[in-house]
Design a protein around this ligand. Structure first.
Ligand SMILES: [Zn+2]
Length: 73
């Protein structure tokens, strides 16, 4: 086994624009117990105006790959 010696940081996805952001040094908003991070205060502001619109689209704990979900049988 040859492991990739690369520590994967916990990157959050800005639900508004889809950018990868580093939690901690970015604007954030808490909605329904989930913390969302944003690349910009503008995105955070947009989110706060209508959280349901964005929170539903790209939750922080999104851990599935963009694989082809083909239907077999
Ligand atoms: Zn953004």
């Amino acid at each position: 086994m040859h492991a990739h010696g690369h520590h994967h940081d916990h990157r959050a996805t800005d639900p508004v624009c889809g950018m990868k952001v580093a939690p901690g040094g970015s604007p954030s908003a808490v909605f329904e117990g989930t913390t969302y991070w944003f690349c910009d205060p503008a995105c955070a502001s947009t989110f706060r105006e209508d959280p349901t619109r964005w929170a539903d689209g790209a939750p922080l704990t999104h851990d599935h790959d963009e694989t082809d979900a083909t239907h077999h049988g």
